[in-house]
Write a protein that binds this ligand. Structure first.
Ligand code: PLP
Length: 382
């Protein structure tokens, strides 16, 4: 976590002695509540400014981006269920499970689900999106939510989120962007001027604590709340808010201003160049996409199984991940890589490397040495 976020978390955490001054509930009217409310509101402003949300009051804090995504998708569905329209979700095959599982849930409810395919680099075709939106807009009984990610968590491939949102609006759809991966990793990322009704973010992806998310809901957006109870978060999400988490989210958002993008990008380019040069049969998934996050590389190596690679690197002290979910200790093929046209074996063998703001050239060199060693050991066993 960013140091500022850690300090903020401690200051407002009930297990810390300094929290005695910050014990109030932001929903209470007394002085103690007002003090904490003002800290939450400050955090709201920092988060809104960092993500390019013009009105901080649009932000509704949640327990995770998964909750934000579920709220945007299911809350839109329930809104249109009330107005008797047939609900259609337009999304892509490479979304996070929060979107794909919400889509599965809505399919059982009878909603129309449309998943756009991607090409070998993980990119979508805007013309295909436009054609689909146009055909759905042709029936006035349809209500459409276009929900897609700004950047892919496995490959780092960035979708043209502004153009996609504009297409959604052109054909009368509501638009939700899963923007979890973009801030802090995509230089210049901002939703200012992007016509999205909803956007989801997560604190822990920008150096904040785990277990805090936010959903941006533009004024007038068509949404029904999923949590009912108190009037917190402008009645969009009932329940006492996670004060320490939100204040630390604000501190992490503020710290994004200091992030050295160039350094992270240079380390990523160095890593990829060295891997390509030193290790035969290395491939970078999505490596030729028009725009990528500066910190993410997704590799596969010919004749190297993902499990063995991850276990070998873990023993060497590196916390890297596969592209995909684990089930009973074995790695399942990544739905993202399958959608990009990789076969099942390759899609289960990916290695995802994320470079953090505190990594150094020495870290990358140490990683390269370990990677070369582990890959050649696995290959020599064949
Ligand atoms: N969407 C994307 C693109 C993600 O990468 C993640 C988390 O990795 C999520 C959604 C879910 O975020 P959270 O862990 O806050 O639920």
């Amino acid at each position: 976590m960013e140091q500022g976020a850690v300090n903020a978390l401690l200051l407002f955490s009930s297990t810390h002695e300094s929290s005695q001054k910050n014990f109030g509930n932001p929903s209470s009217i007394h002085w103690a509540g007002r003090k904490v409310k003002s800290a939450v509101d400050d955090a709201r402003e920092c988060v809104a400014a960092a993500f390019g949300i013009p009105d901080p009051d649009d932000l509704c804090f949640t327990g995770s981006a998964t909750e934000s995504i579920n709220t945007a998708i299911k809350g839109s569905y329930y809104f249109h269920k009330n107005d008797m329209k047939r609900f259609h979700l337009v999304t892509t095959e490479v979304e996070h499970e929060a979107t794909l599982e919400s889509a599965n849930f809505l399919a059982m409810e009878g909603a129309g689900i449309h998943k756009l395919s991607v090409d070998r680099e993980g990119e979508i075709e805007l013309a295909a999106l436009e054609e689909l939106l146009k055909s759905l807009a042709g029936d006035r009984h349809n209500a459409v939510l276009l929900s897609f990610m700004a950047a892919n968590n496995e490959t780092g491939v960035v979708f043209p989120y502004k153009e996609m949102a504009e297409l959604g609006k052109k054909y009368g759809a509501s638009v939700h962007i899963d923007a979890v991966q973009a801030p802090g990793k995509l230089p210049g990322f901002s939703l200012r001027g992007v016509p999205a009704d909803f956007a989801s973010f997560s604190a822990h992806k920008i150096g904040g604590p785990k277990g805090v998310g936010v959903l941006s809901v533009r004024r007038g957006a068509k949404l029904v709340s999923l949590l009912h109870g108190g009037a917190q978060e402008r009645k969009r999400r009932a329940g006492t808010v996670n004060v320490p988490g939100i204040v630390a989210f604000g501190a992490a958002a503020e710290a994004l201003k200091e992030r050295n993008w160039k350094k992270i990008e240079e380390l990523r380019d160095y890593l990829e160049f060295e891997v390509r040069t030193k290790i035969k049969g290395a491939h970078i998934n999505g490596g030729r996409a028009a725009v990528r996050l500066v910190n993410t590389s997704n590799f596969i190596f010919d004749d190297v199984r993902g499990e063995a690679l991850l276990m070998g690197l873990d023993v060497e002290g590196f916390a890297v991940s596969s592209g995909s979910a684990c089930n009973s200790g074995s790695i399942l093929p990544s739905h993202v890589l399958l959608a990009m046209g990789l076969d099942k074996n390759s899609a289960a063998s990916a290695l995802r490397v994320s470079i953090g703001p505190r990594n150094t050239q020495e870290d990358i060199d140490a990683f390269l040495t370990a990677l070369e060693k582990v890959v050649s050991r696995i290959r020599s066993r064949k």
